[in-house]
Design a protein around this ligand. Structure first.
Ligand code: AMP
Ligand code: ZN
Length: 496
């Protein structure tokens, strides 16, 4: 199927960005957790966007909370590409951690086996959700030398210290600590939100390297046998692949503190550059009965289980029908509603495609073109407003309704309007990752089959076999294909 010819849109968009940058305002606006406001999106080196998203800890099947966050960032990446940016996307895999080690011990397996099993299942789930793979998925265990070197450098710089085989980052050395999360240093000293530890100089200090007593789960280091703290891996791997300044760094809201706060302290101390990340983007929680879905609460539904009952397109549509920063409550009814909304969009595209083949040459009524223009413009404007997918989708539903009404009302239609309407809806669906080109190739076969049946029925009419002709017309009508006899010609339409 022919998609929205993006070249022109991209070109116009980049021209507009350049023009509006000169005028001092960018087109796309993005909510930045750091400033707690929507800001014009101006990457460090446009049209390149350096994007890092914290990846999963692979110790179990991924659940719908993970789908919420990773579908959101996949969609943000697709939208940025739609706007003409080149996105370099890195997402780590945490393949060594307490939970992985505990699971390995419980199963008598090695942590590497557990990590391998669940990273494979994570990628399978993401592939099935039409979440495109990042450009690089670095794993912690492949970057141990880089991590040890970074910890040593932090000690050299005097912002970290060793205590009994552990290494801690000294939070008081970093004046901007708390800027992202709003957490006050004094509260941390009181120890309210951090684990106290006798070896630390200050309760707020956090581990860069942890001493390990168990065999086979650690690495040798200048501080003895151990393994890295969680936060340091993201500072090291993001900088390694993307450099010292990222345009976008993302994750779920639960990562703002302490994970991302600690990443800033480590990265900026290591590089000496004071703006590690330009735009911090955080997703709202997926909840179930109002509570955050999580493995530890046991209130989770796996992606696999959901995909057994629903199409990937419907799952994405369900997630994207709420803004990425808002909470979204998981409900099977919500997925069913998404399934029927998806069907409506797909049926509209099928109907348009089939109608194009029968349409007359001509550009179609100017009012219909105006409606397409208006909805396409509003779709783009919604995405420019902090990636507002729910608003963007509402314009595609409206356009679909208007195009269906046009097909319902007319006896004959002109190609121009149908082709353009189809292009806009198909490109919108592709940009949000809810319909793939593959699922749209079916109607060609359907069309051929319809034509065969129409031909058989025409033969029957010529033979005055009215019984068969009526039976075929009725059967086709039940399947959503309406026939209309015009003299010796038969026109057909796919209804919704
Ligand atoms: P983790 O399970 O800690 O490895 O989480 C991986 C990513 O999924 C992080 O960015 C989390 O914030 C995100 N995540 C986990 N649970 C949820 C949830 N219920 N809603 C939204 N994001 C979540
Ligand atoms: Zn991270």
């Amino acid at each position: 199927m022919s998609y929205f010819s993006l070249g022109l849109v991209r070109f116009k968009y980049v021209v507009t960005i350049v023009k509006s940058m000169k005028e001092g305002c960018a087109v796309l606006r993005v909510y930045n957790t750091l400033s707690r406001s929507k800001e014009p999106f101006e990457p460090v080196e446009p049209p390149l966007v350096r994007m890092y998203v914290c990846g999963p800890t692979v110790y179990d099947e991924a659940h719908m909370g993970h789908a919420r966050t990773y579908v959101a960032f996949d969609t943000i990446r697709r939208i940025l590409e739609f706007f003409g940016y080149e996105v370099f996307y890195v997402q780590n895999i945490t393949d060594i951690d307490d939970k992985i080690i505990n699971r390995a011990e419980a199963e008598g397996a090695s942590p590497a086996d557990i990590a391998e099993r669940y990273s494979a299942s994570y990628f399978r789930d993401m592939d099935d959700l039409n979440v495109r793979r990042a450009d690089v998925h670095p794993r912690v265990t492949d970057h141990m030398e880089d991590i040890i070197e970074a910890v040593a450098r932090l000690i050299e710089k005097g912002v970290a210290y060793e205590a009994d085989g552990n290494v801690y980052f000294e939070v008081s050395s970093f004046p901007h600590y708390g800027r992202l999360s709003g957490v006050k240093f004094e509260e941390l000293i009181a120890g309210a939100r951090v684990e106290p530890d006798a070896a630390k100089k200050n309760p707020a200090d956090f581990a860069l390297w942890k001493k390990e007593r168990r065999e086979g789960v650690g690495w040798s280091s200048p501080w003895g046998y151990g393994r890295p703290g969680w936060h340091i891996e993201c500072s090291v791997m993001s900088t390694k692949y993307l450099g010292p300044r990222l345009d976008i760094h993302g994750g779920g809201q639960d990562l703002i503190f302490p994970h991302h706060e600690n990443e800033i302290a480590q990265s900026e101390s290591l590089t000496g550059i004071s703006s590690f990340v330009k735009y911090w983007i955080h997703t709202g929680y997926l909840t179930i009965k109002g509570e955050k879905m999580s493995k530890s609460l046991g209130n989770y539904v796996t992606i696999r289980e959901v995909l057994r009952r629903h199409s990937a397109g419907a799952v994405r549509l369900f997630l994207l029908s709420t803004h990425y920063r808002s909470p979204i409550d998981f409900m099977w009814e919500g997925l069913e509603a998404a399934e029927s909304n998806l069907r409506y969009l797909v049926n509209t595209m099928d109907r348009l495609e089939a109608s194009i083949r029968q349409a007359e040459m001509g550009s179609g009524p100017v009012e219909m073109h105006a409606k397409i223009t208006e909805n396409a413009k509003k779709f783009i404007l919604a995405l420019e407003d902090d990636f507002s997918t729910p608003v963007a989708l509402s314009h595609m539903y409206r356009l679909a309704r208007e195009l269906n009404a046009y097909l319902d009302d007319q006896e004959t239609f002109e190609r121009g309007v149908l082709e353009r309407g189809l292009r806009v809806i198909a490109k919108a669906c592709e940009t949000l990752g809810i319909v793939t080109g593959k699922s749209l190739s079916v109607p060609e076969i359907v069309e051929k089959l319809i034509k065969i049946l129409v031909e058989v029925r025409s033969d029957a009419r010529r033979r005055r076999d009215w019984k068969l002709a009526d039976e075929l017309r009725e059967k086709l009508r039940e399947s959503g294909v309406v026939l209309e006899d015009k003299g010796d010609k038969t026109l057909w339409k796919i209804t919704r």
